[in-house]
Design a protein around this ligand. Structure first.
Ligand code: PMP
Length: 455
């Protein structure tokens, strides 16, 4: 009975969970959430869970804000749908496009809407190909992405993702036009180097790959400003300026996937302000509506847009829900709340330093080999041996164990492989943050005990 049981054993349920070990689920069941408010979600047993992940980088302003409901309802009554295929647009989408471009650097002047981050990445990569075709360089077909990245679940977005299980899933993934380089993961790839030196070395992997593939064949490089996938992999300050220089040198478009970083995750409105990135195309999603409705935006720089407008004919690309009025209205209201309540600025000033101190306090935990963060995204990497940095065997599922221990204590604390990730909502209070870290520590202590690890 979905109304009364907190844990359901959804054995051959009608609803297939995304990203789930469906065989495993038959043993463990699935929590059924019924209500959310602020940073909390309640299940059918009345158990309160702190969403330490902001629903994976979505729910930045927290659950249950009535203003967003009102904005959605009013828009639905005024104009519930707009047929964009019939050369019709509506005021709310135009206003949102204007708002977004006013918040972004000068050259990012054009917006294309979709419903999801995966679709935004499809748009970005199709657009990059289209650009090079129109520029008379149809050979520039290849995309370079990074290992451990996640860019979505459609064929191209899954191909861009550098997560091995997605690539073993069959379906010709990764598509043959996608190549991967190592990501800026200093703990694993830059031991013994100082951060500045490592940033330059890691960016150099892009140059090596471009030279290997031939610059005339490479359309674009795509990356998150800081990589949420793979466990909060935060680049050193020297990384992005080098990446930028290399893309310019070889005339390779730079695509920034800000689906998670956008709208405050790094402590700045967009990751590109944190790292000084000037992308040709950028993707926004999740936080654009704080997860209240599905919407994503592909923001296109003048260089690509001018070519599309001046030289392009019809570009056969669009979705039934491109620029959906209700989603755009909710996005505008979400941005108004972020702006007027100074949620991002306040989080950056007060919460980010506390978060950094909290994450770093785990460095001496017997299970933690690396404690890293940027803004309100943190990763605690569990290792078997702190000296050699050896990981636990995959089969040990130590991260999943820790995640389950945290959930028992009322915290959503995600295992990203062996790295425990935290991405609390931007509206988390200092007291709530202290509670998050206290539960995280209890979960790690219980995990250490279970695996026989002592200080
Ligand atoms: N890019 C990044 C960086 C993501 O984290 C995600 C989703 N977790 C996506 C793209 C895909 O977005 P969606 O799930 O909305 O398709």
């Amino acid at each position: 009975d979905l109304d009364t049981q907190g844990w359901q054993v959804l054995d051959r349920a009608h609803y297939l969970h995304p990203f789930t070990d469906h065989a495993g689920l038959r043993q463990t069941g699935s929590r059924v959430a019924v209500r959310g408010e602020g940073i909390y979600v309640w299940d059918t047993e009345g158990k309160r869970i702190i969403d330490g992940l902001s629903g994976l980088g979505c729910v930045n302003i927290g659950y249950g804000r009535r203003e967003l409901v009102t904005a959605a309802a009013e828009q639905m009554l005024e104009l519930s749908y707009c047929q964009s295929f019939f050369k019709t647009t509506h005021r709310t989408a135009v206003r949102l496009a204007e708002k977004l471009t006013s918040m972004l650097p000068g050259h990012l002047n054009h917006v294309f809407f979709q419903s999801s981050g995966s679709e935004a990445n499809e748009t970005a990569t199709r657009l990059a190909r289209r650009y090079w075709d129109l520029e008379g360089k149809p050979g520039k077909k290849l995309f370079i992405a990074r290992e451990l990245a996640y860019h979505g679940s459609t064929h191209m977005a899954a191909s861009l993702s550098g997560i091995p299980p997605m690539h073993y899933a069959g379906g010709d993934i990764p598509l043959s036009n996608v190549h991967h380089i190592r990501t800026a993961y200093q703990y694993r790839h830059g031991a013994g180097m100082d951060a500045a030196e490592f940033g330059v070395v890691a960016a150099g992997w892009l140059e090596e790959k471009i030279l290997e593939l031939g610059a005339d064949n490479v359309a674009a490089f795509i990356a998150e400003p800081a990589q949420s996938a793979g466990g909060a992999l935060c680049p050193p300050e020297t990384y992005w300026p080098e990446i930028q220089r290399i893309c310019r040198k070889y005339d390779v478009l730079l695509i920034a996937d800000e689906v998670v970083m956008g709208f405050g995750r790094t402590g700045k409105w967009f990751g590109l302000y944190k790292y000084g990135i000037e992308p040709d195309i950028m993707q926004l999603g999740k936080g654009i509506t704080s997860g209240y409705l599905p919407l994503s935006a592909t923001v296109i720089g003048d260089r690509v847009a001018d070519t599309l407008i001046d030289k392009g004919g019809e570009w056969a690309h669009g979705y039934t829900y491109s620029g959906h009025p209700t989603c755009c209205a909710v996005a505008l209201e979400n941005i108004r709340i972020l702006d007027e309540e100074k949620i991002i600025e306040n989080a950056d000033a007060t919460l980010v330093p506390l978060f950094k101190a909290g994450i770093e306090s785990f460095a001496d935990h017997p299970l933690i080999g690396d404690a890293r963060c940027v803004g309100l995204m943190g990763g605690l990497e569990i290792v078997k041996d702190k000296k050699t940095r050896e990981s636990y065997a995959y089969e040990a599922h130590i991260g999943d164990h820790c995640s389950a221990e945290a959930l028992k204590r009322g915290l959503a604390f995600r295992a990203n492989g062996d790295t425990m990730s935290l991405m609390p909502p931007l509206i988390t209070t200092p007291d709530q943050l202290a509670e998050i870290f206290a539960i995280a520590r209890e979960a790690l202590d219980a995990t250490a005990k279970h695996f026989g690890v002592t200080a």
